[in-house]
Design a protein around this ligand. Structure first.
Ligand code: 4F9
Length: 250
């Protein structure tokens, strides 16, 4: 996969791009990332990329011509051109997997109050948001997108830490993890993890993932068809909670 990034802060990307998972994906040639400085596509000595909003108001708007030149210059015929913005559809695991199937992405990182609407109208395929909050620009959301997408490129994540086993792949949250020492300030590791029965361990982890999702993100279970076994696990969990609440009330 090839990813083109357009930003006025290319230097933000360099250290991150050469580190860790994304760094390895790049050196092994599985993911190519090119970062372009928007100012390179300006005309005139002052390299201006913003101007006052028509209609007045606070802040500045990024001017269309440099964006149009930049996007057209770095795009290939099959590029998916994406703006990171709070107005976008929320990035989730389904969207990440969809993007990982593509040959080429162009990520536009806006700053200030945003881009002139005509950039969106003329050269953008979709807007993506990483959450309902405002940042200073699209650079961090672009890095979030690149890292999440890279994990789904075959070969980027080793088999030992398979993405198939990752949280969300099955639509559930992760189960709890434990490592040495066996006791921490009176809290012990669940005995099933120490007994070496792999079928039992797998069953415990499946149950814990389901319970964690039910407790912390019940919205993820809406519209999911649960098996009889899964419904029993949740019924037992719910009655255990009700019992504990009842004991506290007495
Ligand atoms: C982009 C916030 C994507 C959340 C871009 C200011 C942004 C953002 N998700 N905030 N510019």
């Amino acid at each position: 996969m090839r990813i083109q990034v357009i930003t006025i802060f290319p230097e933000l990307f360099e250290p991150w791009l050469s580190t860790s998972l994304v760094g390895r994906a790049r050196t092994s040639g599985l993911v190519e990332v090119e970062v372009h400085d928007l100012r390179f596509f300006t005309e005139g000595r002052h390299r201006v990329v913003d101007d006052e909003p028509y209609g007045g108001g606070a802040g500045m708007v990024m001017t269309a011509p440099p964006w149009l030149r930049a996007v057209r210059e770095v795009s290939g015929p099959a590029s998916r051109r994406i703006v990171l913005s709070p107005q976008g559809r929320r990035l989730d695991d389904d969207k990440v997997q969809e993007l990982a199937e593509l040959e080429e992405l162009v990520l536009l990182c806006g700053r200030y109050e945003g881009l002139d609407q005509r950039v969106l109208d003329l050269v953008v395929d979709e807007e993506l948001s990483i959450g309902d909050f405002v940042l200073s620009g699209g650079e961090l959301p672009a890095m979030v997108t690149i890292e999440a997408v890279s994990r789904y490129i075959p070969g980027v994540v080793g088999r030992a830490t398979s993405v198939v086993e990752d949280s969300f792949h099955q639509g559930l949250l992760d189960y709890p993890h434990y490592t040495r020492p066996p006791e921490v300030e009176g809290l012990e590791v669940p005995p099933v993890l120490l007994q070496g029965n792999h079928a039992e361990i797998e069953r415990w982890r499946r149950e814990q993932a389901l319970i964690a999702t039910y407790d912390k993100r019940p919205d993820l279970l809406e519209g999911v068809e649960l098996t009889t076994e899964q419904r029993e696990v949740l019924a037992r969990h719910a009655s255990a909670i009700a019992c504990a609440a009842g004991e506290r009330a007495q």
